[in-house]
Design a binder for this molecule. Sequence first.
Ligand SMILES: Nc1ncnc2c1ncn2[C@@H]1O[C@H](COP(=O)(O)OS(=O)(=O)O)[C@@H](OP(=O)(O)O)[C@H]1O
Ligand SMILES: Nc1ncnc2c1ncn2[C@@H]1O[C@H](COP(=O)(O)OP(=O)(O)O)[C@@H](O)[C@H]1O
Length: 209
Amino acid sequence: MSTMGNSTNIFWQESPVGKLERRKLLNQKGCVVWITGLSGSGKSTLACSLSWELHTRGKLSYILDGDNVRHGLNKDLGFKAEDRTENIRRVGEVAKLFADAGLICIASLISPYGKDRDACRAMLPDAFIEVFMNMPLALCEERDPKGLYKLARAGKIKGFTGIDDPYEPPLNCEIELNQKDGVCPTPSAMAGEVITYLEDKGYLQGFSS
Ligand SMILES: Nc1ncnc2c1ncn2[C@@H]1O[C@H](COP(=O)(O)OS(=O)(=O)O)[C@@H](OP(=O)(O)O)[C@H]1O
Ligand SMILES: Nc1ncnc2c1ncn2[C@@H]1O[C@H](COP(=O)(O)OP(=O)(O)O)[C@@H](O)[C@H]1O
C-alpha cells in the first residue's frame, strides 16, 4: 500500500503479460525518442520521417507531438513556465506507458527546460533517447512556417521560446542533429541517424534468451 501525491491507500496491480512478453510479441524494445528543440527546428518533420522509416521496417511507433497533445490531454495548459513543466510531465508519463506497452514512442516537444527533460529521463531508465535538434534560431526564424516568430518579434505573442522565453540546450543528449557546412541534412538522413542508434542499442530486436 502506498501514497502517491494526493492518492492514498493505493496498491500496484500486476499484469500477467509483462514487458518481456510484449517485447517478444512485437520484436522490438519499447523506448522513448524525445525530440527537443526550438519551434521550427524540424522536430515534427523528423518525428514523421522516423515513424515512417520504422513502419517500413515493421516496427511499431507512435508520435506524441506537443501541438497535437495540446489539442486534447493538455488543452488546459498555456506557455508559462509551470504550464510547460506540467505539459512535459504529462507527456513523459504517457510516453512511459507507450514504452511499457512496447512501442517506440516519439515525443516531439520544444521541452525548453533541462530539469523537465531530465525528470522524464529519470522515469525511463535505459529507455530514454534524447535527440537535440540543434538548429540556429536564425534558421528557425527564417522558416517560420506558422508565422509565430513574426508575431513574437512584433510583441503580439509574449513568452515565445527563443525570443523572450528561454531554451536550455541539452547537456547529455544521446543524439545531436545540426547543420553540416551550413546545410540542414534531409529529414530521412536525420531519421536514418536515429534508426542506426536504435539498431545499435538493440531497440529494434526482440528478446532472445
Ligand atoms: N509562447 C510559445 N512558445 C513556444 N511555442 C509556442 C508558443 N505559443 C504557441 N506555440 C506553439 O506551440 C508549440 C509548442 O508546444 P510544446 O508543447 O512543444 O511546447 S513546450 O514543450 O511546452 O514548451 C509550437 O509548435 P512547434 O513550432 O511545432 O514547436 C508552437 O506552434
Ligand atoms: N531537414 C529539413 N530540411 C529542410 N527543411 C526542413 C527540415 N526539417 C523541417 N523543415 C522545414 O522546417 C519547417 C519547420 O519544421 P517542423 O518540423 O514543423 O518544426 P518544429 O516541429 O520543430 O516546429 C517546416 O516548414 C519544414 O518543412
